[in-house]
Write a protein that binds this ligand. Structure first.
Ligand SMILES: Cc1cc2nc3c(=O)[nH]c(=O)nc-3n(C[C@H](O)[C@H](O)[C@H](O)COP(=O)(O)OP(=O)(O)OC[C@H]3O[C@@H](n4cnc5c(N)ncnc54)[C@H](O)[C@@H]3O)c2cc1C
Length: 390
């Protein structure tokens, strides 16, 4: 059984799929979103929080920024700590002069769902795509336990384990990938931020990070061994380790509160050689996964959704396929630049373990990089431009 054909079938109601859906409806292109989870689960999934100025511009231009304008916070400083002291960078005033807007991803997703439904869009929650096949003038999405959905195009926005990516790789698209060999325990706590800035702490026990989310919720990261079970990390252990690595004895205490969520994230990155072709196109984590070390993933998802919406509109409304043909060339250089910076950040934040000569050499490079960032205006501008640029 098949339901009627639409212009674009979007698989996945994360930032990529929801921005794409809203932009398509704005341009008069009909689409339907298939999402395997239920609405509450999608709206409750806490992940990103730092939106680049480019993402805010896209959301604002399309009437999707009321929530972040009302509740988001402008953020433009980060602080680095190590056994050699601490320093702060006003990155929002350096480089491009663009700060971040801090707005939790789940709140953005909630806003995007409401806007999509308000525009008359349809989201089928609980509809898990089981595969995508291309036919002469359409593409078909198989829905587990339901009717197939067909569209002139399919947009795979279903993350890095989704069906869109599987369909592309099955037809030969290769993936460039790197395992950064590092994992983070990502912790969300019900406590106000402890620092004015994003905090990056380098420590011989491993990296620790502090990121504001809202006035009452803060995200912390603790580097941990690969294979770590979050259940082994009690609240006491988390706060003790954070205090050690963030050097609270020297720099002041953290504002503590109950742990709301803890999960282990393995830092891995990959990019598909091409984000689509024919009737199937990908955006967001589906097209490339980026390690969270520079907070780029959601921002790349918005960028790709914007480019893909324009290209799909040209193809569907004007029979002009040049935008789709150029989609890879338009998006990949920017994606790779974000990966290069994210990789650079990963090298800055994670020193080698151990005391052998190679580890000691690696650690001195880490200090040298940090010192250059502290003292060189050129290096600070490089950091700021890449930290906030998309
Ligand atoms: C701890 C953490 C912190 C982060 N911090 C930041 C940050 O500060 N800034 C930043 O820019 N990025 C950050 N990121 C990355 C960011 O969250 C992701 O890059 C972003 O969610 C990607 O959006 P997406 O829409 O491509 O994919 P997703 O958000 O993964 O959405 C994909 C959707 O598709 C659905 N789906 C999957 N398979 C199917 C299927 N078969 N059928 C139907 N639906 C399906 C999923 O349920 C999901 O809702 C962070 C990530 C993590 C893990």
């Amino acid at each position: 059984m098949t339901t009627a054909q639409v212009g674009v079938v979007i698989v996945g109601a994360g930032p990529a799929g929801l921005v794409l859906g809203n932009l398509l409806l704005d341009r008069g292109i009909d689409c339907v979103i298939l999402e395997r989870r239920d609405r509450a689960a999608v709206e409750g999934r806490a992940r990103a929080g730092f939106l680049a100025a480019h993402s805010v511009r896209v959301l604002t231009e399309h009437g999707l920024a009321a929530g972040l304008a009302a509740r988001g916070k402008t953020h433009g400083t980060c602080l680095f700590r190590s056994d050699r002291g601490e320093f702060t960078l006003d990155y929002g005033k350096l480089g491009l002069g663009e700060p971040h807007t801090v707005y939790p991803q789940q709140e953005l997703v909630r806003d995007l769902i409401a806007a999509f439904l308000w525009r008359g869009g349809e989201i089928r929650f609980g509809a898990e795509a089981g595969g995508v096949t291309e036919e002469a003038a359409q593409a078909r999405v198989r829905v587990r336990g339901g009717a197939d959905v067909t569209g002139r195009y399919v947009a795979g926005c279903d993350g890095h384990r989704g069906t869109g990516r599987a369909a592309l790789t099955a037809r030969g698209t290769r993936t460039a990938r790197r395992d950064h060999g590092v994992s983070w325990l990502a912790v969300l706590v019900a406590a106000p931020p402890s620092l004015e800035a994003v905090g990056y702490a380098l420590h011989e026990r491993g990296f620790a990070g502090h990121m504001a989310r809202t006035d009452t919720v803060t995200r912390y990261y603790l580097q941990c061994p690969r294979g770590t079970d979050p259940a082994d990390w009690s609240e006491d252990r988390i706060w003790t380790e954070l205090a050690t690595r963030l050097r609270t004895a020297e720099f002041g205490p953290l504002r503590q509160g109950p742990v709301l969520e803890k999960a282990v994230v393995d830092l891995r990155s990959d990019v598909l050689d091409s984000p689509g072709g024919g009737r199937l196109w990908l955006a967001g984590d589906a097209a490339g996964l980026i390690s969270p070390s520079a907070a780029k993933g959601a921002n790349l998802a918005v960028l790709q959704a914007e480019l893909l919406a324009r290209a799909l509109e040209a193809a569907l409304a004007h029979g002009d396929g040049t935008g789709l043909a150029r989609y890879a060339a338009d998006s990949l250089p920017r994606v790779w630049r974000a990966h290069e910076f994210s990789h650079w950040m990963s090298g800055l934040l994670h020193g080698p373990a151990g005391q052998d000569d190679e580890a000691r050499y690696g650690r001195q490079l880490q200090y040298a990089r940090l010192e250059s960032l502290r003292t060189s205006r050129a290096h600070q501008d490089f950091f700021a431009e890449n930290y906030t640029g998309i």
